[in-house]
Design a protein around this ligand. Structure first.
Ligand code: 5AD
Ligand code: SF4
Length: 435
């Protein structure tokens, strides 16, 4: 039997889908080249905002005909949406066969067998404090860059966020399991690794800190670039900043979500830092790691956010100089502290207007950051052929900036090349290949 997996949401889900692929491959299932050719379809999903949930339900409705009339025998939903609201899925998608939360992927082969025997819905949304998928490796889709999860779950309980409820308690993977995963990837020719966790700065395995883990991983032979996400401003340590500034394999890019500029709003978000704390860390990071690129996440329209609060978000953006921001409108989530205790009182128009403003400001700030690279020569990891023009390639710099350049040689994805930056847009650089 063949399977097809479509992934939604964060990088952790990309990793999990690769894990599921390998679990299925090892159990004798094969990959299908398209949904129409699959016996089993899984959507691996995200529940972080209401829009993400609606999108997946809509997608699965569009695929319903494969399940009702086509070859497809099993349609399943994996990840955070089943964990968030399996009842809703059962009601809105009555043809669904399997629902599995993020801690039950090792049981999927068994669930598939049972589902074929017995056509009722098979559901497993139990969370396990210890589930780290030990002794299981992912199937590597990408041939030169890989994600490696170093911790699962989250204990921060930011008041707006559903992650601690749908992915469970925070747990760190052992050094040995992480190294096995990385060595496996590198042995397949992968040269860029991104270590993943909801809050990598609270990594703790038998006292080993995240900074120490990075140092250890960076010793891997044939590994060229080491990245990580996501960092939390309250936990990022000077030890980590030191390691970033001294270790040439660790890429000079930091994703550091600040969410909101006003310390009052940050308090209600339960973020554990003030605006001044955040800006202080940014200053220290910029001082210690010259040329570092920063990116962030921003939420607009959190309950009680006034015009003055919002102005402080714009101010933090101006001072920090982000390359890029992920800018979201607050979406009320079940189970969260904010849903229980705060009224979602910023009106929709104002939320949309604020989002428009942050997007516009980000464009300008992004362009300023990118412009700084014009005239410099960068090492670029080639990632793909440009969709717009077949003669152009797209790659990324150490700072995770995208570069587009004419393929004047026999360059292919996975190569490292030198590119002279000639021009910049707000999210991409243009360059010329140096022979
Ligand atoms: N509404 C809007 N954005 C959210 N995020 C998390 N929860 C919510 C929510 N309820 C955003 C945060 C986080 C990113 C992954 O998603 O900015 O950093
Ligand atoms: Fe959600 Fe906060 Fe945990 Fe990030 S740190 S996953 S925003 S609870």
């Amino acid at each position: 039997m063949t399977f097809f997996i479509e992934t939604f949401g964060c990088q952790m889900n990309v990793y999990d889908s690769e894990l599921v692929m390998n679990i299925l491959l090892q159990n004798g299932y094969e990959k299908a080249s398209a949904i129409g050719k699959a016996d089993i379809l899984f959507l691996n999903t995200c529940a972080i905002r209401e829009k993400a949930v609606e999108r997946v339900i809509h997608k699965m409705e569009q695929y319903a005909h494969y399940r009702k009339k086509g070859k497809l025998k099993i349609a399943g939903i994996l990840g955070c949406i089943p964990q968030y609201s399996s009842e809703r899925l059962k009601k809105e998608l009555p043809f669904i066969d399997i629902l599995s939360g993020p801690d039950n992927y090792d049981k999927l082969p068994q669930m598939i067998k049972e589902s074929i025997k017995n056509k009722r819905i098979h559901e497993d949304i139990r969370l396990y404090k210890e589930q780290n998928y030990d002794n299981m490796l992912p199937y590597r889709e990408n041939k030169f860059s890989a994600f490696v999860t170093v911790m699962r779950g989250c204990d921060n309980f930011c008041s707006y966020c559903v992650v601690p409820y749908v992915r469970g308690r925070e747990r760190s993977r052992s050094l040995n399991e992480i190294l096995k995963d990385i060595n496996d990837a590198v042995s397949k020719g992968i040269t860029e690794i991104t270590l993943l966790g909801q809050n990598v700065n609270s990594y703790n395995w038998n006292g080993m800190t995240f900074a120490a883990l990075l140092e250890k991983v960076s010793e891997t032979e044939n590994l060229k670039r080491l990245r990580f996400a996501t960092s939390h401003p309250k936990d990022i340590s000077y030890e980590l900043i030191e390691v970033m500034s001294n270790n040439p394999k660790i890429c000079k890019h930091l994703h550091l979500p600040f969410q909101a500029g006003s310390s009052e709003v940050l308090k209600r978000m339960n973020r554990g830092y003030t605006k001044e704390d955040y800006l202080g860390k940014i200053e220290k990071i910029r001082d210690s790691v010259p040329g570092i690129a920063l990116t962030t996440d921003i939420i607009v329209g959190f309950p009680g956010e006034t015009d003055d609060d919002f102005k402080e978000t714009l101010e933090v953006m101006e001072i920090s100089g982000f390359d890029n921001s992920f800018m979201f409108i607050y979406s009320e989530r079940e189970l969260t502290y904010a849903k229980k205790h705060y009224k979602d009182d910023v009106n929709r128009k104002i939320k949309a207007e604020r989002q428009k403003q942050v997007i516009e400001l980000q464009k300008r700030i992004g362009l300023e950051q990118m412009n700084g690279d014009i005239g410099t020569i960068k090492e670029v990891l080639v990632e793909s052929v440009s969709k717009k023009r077949k003669t152009e390639m797209i790659g990324s710099t150490d700072q995770n900036r995208s570069v587009v350049f004419e393929n004047s040689g026999k360059i292919k994805p996975g190569d490292y090349v030198k590119v002279k930056i000639t021009d910049a847009g707000s999210v991409t650089l243009l360059g010329e290949l140096i022979k």
